[in-house]
Each structure stands twice: as C-alpha cells, then as structure tokens.
Design a protein around this ligand. Structure first.
Ligand code: SAH
Ligand code: SF4
Ligand code: F3S
Length: 466
C-alpha cells in the first residue's frame, strides 16, 4: 500500500505529518509520488486563516471523484480544522471522507489503516499503533540503512503542545488545547534517535516554546534546562527553537542561547503590531516599548543574533496612523525576517465573534504589500552587509544543482561544488545577496564526500502555502 500526505499550516503540522508518514512506513506503506497513486491520502489542515481552510476544502473537493471511483481508498482529513465543535459540520460537508482526526492525534487514521491491512491479509501482525517513530537501523559507517528514503539533516522536534494564552484573533488554543510539555528525558531520547537517523540539527517547536516545562511535575523545568540537556548529544551540531513570546522570553533563555555553542543565534519573536492600542485589543500582554527593550536586551547580549517576527495587518479598527506605527517599528528594529498576514476573522475567537472586521480587504492587501516592500529593502540591506564574510552553513539539501543550507542565523545560502556536502558543515564566503537568500563559494569546513549523493532527496511533504 502507498500513502500520500498533503500538509498546510505551521511547523507543528509539518512535524505531525512527518510523524504520520513514519508511522505509516512502520506499517510497511511507502510514499506515493501523487495522491492519484496512493491507497491512503492524508490531508493535514490548518485553521489559522480562512485562506488555509479554503485550501483544504479545495484539495479535499478535488479528491472527491477519486474517492468515489475507488471506494477502497482511505481518505483522511486531520489537523487543526478538526475539533469536537467542527466535526458534525465537517461530516455533513465531507461525507466521502473516511476518517477525521484532531491535530497531533492520528490514532483514528492508524487504526483504520491497521484494520484495512488485516482485512487484506489476516496474517499481518500490525505494530502497536502509538503513532511513534520507530528506531531505525544505522550501519557502522553511520550511513542510514533504513528501507525508506533518507531522513532530512534538519528535523523538527515538538517539545510541547497547546497554548495557554488567548490572543483575541487566534484559533490555535481552541484547536490545540492547553499546554502540555514532554519530559526532558523523553525529548533527549527522541533527539538521539533523530541523530542516529542522520539528523545534525533539531528545531524545538512549541506555540510559545519559552513556556516549555512550566507544567512539568514534580520538578518544574524550563527551555534553558532543555537546551542544556540536548547540547550534550554527540553528533547534534545545531539546536534552534520557535516560537518565542515577548511575555515569556526570559533572561535564562537568552543566557542559554549566548552560552551554549550548539544553540543558534536566531530568535523568532512575533510582535504582531506596532501600536499599543492594537496590541491591547489583541490581548498580547505587552506594549511596543516592552518589545523594544526585549530586542535591545537580545542585541546587547548577542550582537550577531538574527530576529524574525510575525505581523498582522488590518486587525479590527486598525487606522492608517496605527498601521504607520507598525511600519515605523519595522524600520526601527530592522528585523531579519517579517512574516506578515492579513487579519482573518476566526469564528469562536473573541475578535472573530465580537470585533467587526472593518478594515476593507483592499486596504488590508495594500498594507500587506507595504510591509512586504519595506521588509524586502531591509532584508536586502542586512544580507548585502554579509557579502565578503565567511559563514558556517549546515548543508541540508541540493536544489537546482546547488547545495543549500542555512547560517546559524537562519539565512539561506546556496553554493556550487562537485563534492558531496550533504549533512556537512561548510564554510562559505558570501558573494551575492538577495532579500531572501545568499550565494557564495565554499572555502572550508568539514571533509565533504567524494561525489554527489546516490539518491535525490524527495520532497518529504507536499506543502501548500497560505
Ligand atoms: N504561537 C505563535 C504563532 C501562532 S499562529 C505565536 O504566538 O506567535 C502564527 C501566526 O499567524 C501568528 O503569529 C499571527 O501573526 C498569525 N495569525 C494568527 N491568527 C491570525 C488571524 N486570525 N488572522 C491573521 N493572522 C493570524
Ligand atoms: Fe495564538 Fe497567541 Fe497562543 Fe500564539 S500565543 S498560539 S498567537 S493564542
Ligand atoms: Fe499551526 Fe495552523 Fe494549527 S498555524 S497550530 S496548523 S491552526
């Protein structure tokens, strides 16, 4: 049997999809190149904006004829669109879907696959269906001998689920529930397994990753403790984490980033808006000045640190003047990356239900473009300043005949070289810059392999952009 997974949403969903893929592979399924060639199709959905939901409805609708023509096909619909209160409506709207599952909980899907497999061949002994990653055999050389395709060099590691905050615009807490942290020993064991599979970098994921460990008992732990524990793992060369929140980013965490050599100098800390009244209406719990001071603290302690942020334009009531303050803040802080989105009312949230969505779509669009244009200029200036410097890159992939990796500060770098750099640290002199990436020449680093890899990395996931 073959499977196909389609994913939309944040890194948490990407990590969930990887886990689902692994659980299906453990049952002997292999990945199909397209949905049409699969026996199990999984759609992992997102609710953060209407556009994301529309994409999922479009995708599932496009698969309807296939499902009707092939009743034995398993069509699964899961992720953040699936919750207790949405399920009856989803069942009505999508009667041809075989199974629905909530975010991070694919058990119902795995049970159905197990059932279908034992119907096909009753002698099949299905694995315990806990949805976990199974250990993979590693050859003495360190090469991966998994029957499946090779694993990526950089992996996601969800360290907690849920969010205890209630930003007025955000659906995530309603779909992913309250915060639950995974214990440190469990995470260290999983990271070791990822390293045994070939990973050299992990990115720790949490909606507010700085709140990691607050719920752990008997001993409360924090992200700094976790970063420290993971730093001990041999073979792991880089550790990242996201997303930070201005209310929860502590000096202890900043100190851990500064002190621990494997932890990369990159902080993803959404500001959302540059105006205090808007921040208040969003229930973000800080003012622009508080945010400024956090950035100053980061830069004072780690001058090379890159900073990424998220911004929402067109929040209910946002005036041109208030929006201008967001532009001013972008100009003042000079973020390395800005993820900007137009406000999308989410039914069930406070803003969605009680604040009129009064900024016209055309105005939202125009504001979005103004943020993008400003940030494009700033990113270009920041990246151009790197020309002539040497950067350490962890090579993750090959794209269009070039090696692709990231700096410690999370900037994409491409370079050409006939040797095999996959998974290696390369020192690259930066020759050219665009707002989105850098190009360079390799001048040193670890010992590369002699030739290009035997296999071409396949897309792990079929990601739809929203
Ligand atoms: N937990 C993270 C991000 C969660 S959602 C955090 O707190 O930062 C990712 C981003 O989507 C948010 O940072 C926000 O910028 C955006 N977003 C969330 N809800 C939205 C909505 N209703 N409309 C537009 N953008 C939204
Ligand atoms: Fe949503 Fe706010 Fe929680 Fe982030 S902190 S997931 S934006 S409620
Ligand atoms: Fe992520 Fe979308 Fe869910 S942003 S947490 S997949 S609503």
């Amino acid at each position: 049997m073959r499977y196909y997974i389609w994913t939309v949403g944040c890194q948490m969903n990407v990590a969930d999809s990887e886990r689902i893929g692994r659980a299906l592979q453990d049952r002997g399924l292999s990945e199909a190149p397209s949905a049409e060639q699969a026996d199990v199709i999984v759609l992992n959905t997102c609710s953060v904006r209407q556009a994301a939901e529309d994409k999922a409805y479009g995708k599932v609708g496009s698969l309807r004829p296939l499902k009707l023509a092939r009743p034995d096909l398993i069509l699964a619909f899961g992720g953040c669109m699936v919750a207790e209160d949405t399920l009856p409506m989803l069942r009505r709207r999508l009667p041809y879907v075989d199974v629905f599952f909530p975010p991070s909980e694919p058990q119902a899907l795995l049970d159905l696959v197990d059932q279908r497999m034992s119907e096909r061949d009753p002698t099949i002994d299905t694995p315990s269906s806990d949805g976990c990653l199974a250990p993979t055999v590693t050859a003495a050389s360190g090469a991966i001998v998994s029957p499946h395709r090779p694993f990526p060099v950089a992996r996601w590691l969800p360290v907690m689920t849920g969010c205890n905050r209630r930003c007025t615009y955000c659906i995530v807490p309603f779909r992913r529930g309250r915060e639950v942290s995974r214990p440190i020993p469990e995470l260290v064991a999983e990271a070791r397994r990822l390293v045994a599979e070939g990973a050299r970098e992990v990115t720790l994921l949490g909606q507010i990753v700085d709140r990691y460990g607050r719920d752990l008992r008997p001993e409360r732990r924090d992200l700094a403790d976790l970063l420290e524990a993971l730093s001990e793992i041999d073979g792991l060369v880089r550790i990242r984490f996201l997303t930070s929140h201005p209310r929860d980013f502590t000096d202890r965490i900043l100190d851990a980033v500064a002190r621990l050599p494997k932890v990369c100098e990159h902080i993803n800390i959404p500001v959302q808006a540059g105006d205090d009244a808007i921040l208040k209406a969003m229930w973000r719990g800080y003012t622009v000045d508080v945010y400024r001071r956090i950035v100053a603290r980061i830069r004072e302690r780690i001058p090379s640190c890159s900073i990424a942020t998220d911004i929402i334009v067109g929040f209910p009531g946002e005036t041109e003047e208030q929006f201008q303050r967001t532009l001013d803040l972008i100009e003042e802080i000079r973020f390395d990356v800005v993820h900007v989105a137009m406000y999308s009312p989410r039914p069930g949230t406070l803003a969605g239900d009680q604040m009129p969505d009064d900024v016209p779509r055309a105005v939202k669009k125009e504001r979005l473009h103004r943020v993008e244009a400003l940030q494009e200029r700033i990113s270009l200036e920041i990246n151009q300043a790197l020309i002539g410097t040497e950067q350490e890159i962890l090579v993750e992939d090959e794209e269009h005949g070039k090696w692709k990796g990231r700096t410690r500060t999370n900037k994409l770098v491409f370079f050409s070289d006939p040797r095999n750099w996959l998974g290696k640290l390369a020192v690259v002199r930066i020759d050219r810059a665009s707002p989105w990436s850098l190009q360079g020449t390799v001048v040193g680093g670890e010992e590369p392999g002699p030739a290009r890899p035997r296999w071409q990395p396949l897309p792990v996931l079929n990601l739809a952009r929203v």
